[in-house]
Ligand binder design. Structure first.
Ligand SMILES: NC(=O)c1ccc[n+]([C@@H]2O[C@H](COP(=O)([O-])OP(=O)(O)OC[C@H]3O[C@@H](n4cnc5c(N)ncnc54)[C@H](O)[C@@H]3O)[C@@H](O)[C@H]2O)c1
Length: 356
């Protein structure tokens, strides 16, 4: 008898490869089916990964393959909620890529479906599984920061609109805030104990769009994939101040297009005893013997993608098979969508948004 967890992947584009590769390496599961509305992509991925059951419609897949136990949802953002709810209603556990949905209302529907079916619903906050996150958690957990009261999160691209659906608000829900901001906002929430949010003040601008005219400077590669024919109705810069219920305030900046020197991705946390920076290497700023001291670790500390998705997938499979708690449950996906909704509302109104 084969009692492995049988897994299907819905949406088999770019990031699905990280999920599929990790499932294939996990001895407790087996990838049995793929679903994608793009026939060409579906066929190519089936051939590449040796998966024979291929579907254009996940409802048909669930009907024909009751043996499927769990699903990764790796579609573009606008399909996350429908695919996830359908999978949960069909009795499957779900790992849904970030962002959880287009907005908090959809995310709440997804959680309700998970509760109704008593199945797991994990959100793909993969940065929670990063080696850099583990180091930061060690230092925070051992009291090196004291009380954390302020944080900065930066995810800035100079010319990095990915193109395709990423620039199409109807499918993405927004630009760099919902695509990149989720990673860094969630990391700060996770490192500071998943606090609830009190209020946000946000700003968003759609000024530069995807700049297909821009020549690539030496050493800089634009990640804009499709060029001028792409729809681009998402913001190209979003910034916000987020106030959490534990008193911490987070200042976040994200962009796809910005007239700045270089791309940047970093997290900074400031506490009463010390501050840390993931830039991307780890630094601790503190006091030793009444001297200001900068501490670097004598080991690689930058986020490594090697095995990163495997940690997320192995955790999900383990949580499903052993009914253990999820590291990134639906509640954190919902809180993230509340934050993003409020930032977009605040950017539109010009006023602070109170999150009740
Ligand atoms: N965790 C990370 O670091 C990370 C990195 C990249 C992307 N992502 C997320 O993963 C998701 C996919 O991104 P991507 O870069 O792989 O995009 P992609 O365009 O390469 O792949 C998405 C696929 O979903 C398919 N699809 C869309 N609607 C569908 C539906 N209703 N049923 C079946 N298939 C459908 C599309 O045809 C496409 O092949 C996004 O939500 C993105 O935010 C996460």
């Amino acid at each position: 008898m084969n009692d492995k967890l049988k897994v299907a992947v819905i949406g088999v584009g770019g990031i699905s490869n990280a999920h599929i590769g990790a499932y294939k390496k996990n001895p407790d599961c087996e990838v049995v089916a793929f679903c994608d509305i793009n026939e060409k992509v579906l066929k190519a991925q089936g051939e590449k990964h040796g998966v024979k059951k291929l579907y254009a419609d996940y409802n048909v897949m669930f009907k024909e393959m009751p043996e499927i136990g769990a699903v990764s949802v790796c579609t573009w953002n606008s399909a996350h909620a429908l695919a996830t709810v359908a999978a949960l209603n069909a009795g499957k556990h779900v790992l849904c890529e970030k962002p959880m949905a287009l907005n908090a209302a959809q995310a709440e529907d997804m959680e309700a479906a998970a509760k109704k079916s008593s199945k797991k619903l994990a959100v793909g906050f993969v940065r929670r599984f990063g080696n850099d996150c583990a180091i930061a958690r060690d230092f925070i957990g051992n009291g090196n920061l004291g009380e954390i009261y302020y944080a900065k999160a930066t995810y800035i691209r100079r010319n990095g609109n990915p193109g395709g659906w990423f620039g199409d608000k109807s499918r993405s829900g927004g630009g760099p805030l919902i695509d990149l901001g989720v990673h860094v906002i969630d990391l700060v929430r996770y490192l500071t104990g998943n606090p609830k949010t009190v209020s946000v003040y946000g700003a968003a601008f759609t000024k530069l769009k995807n700049r297909p005219n821009l020549k690539s400077a030496k050493g800089y590669v634009s990640v804009s994939s499709e060029g001028a024919k792409d729809i681009c109705d998402v913001e190209d810069l979003a910034a916000a101040m987020i106030r959490f219920a534990n008193g911490t305030v987070l200042n976040v900046e994200t962009s796809f297009s910005l007239n700045t020197e270089k791309d940047e991705g970093k997290i900074e946390l400031f506490g009463t005893k010390g501050g840390i920076k993931l830039d991307p290497e780890f630094s601790l700023y503190t006091e030793i013997n009444d001297y200001p001291a900068d501490v670097k670790l004598a080991m690689p500390t930058a986020l490594s993608f090697e095995g990163l998705f495997a940690k997320e997938i192995n955790h999900f499979v383990d949580a499903v098979l052993n009914d253990t708690p999820l590291l990134a449950p639906a509640a954190d996906g919902i809180e993230m969508m509340r934050i993003l909704d409020a930032i977009y509302r605040s950017a539109a109104s010009g006023h602070e948004e109170i999150i009740g």
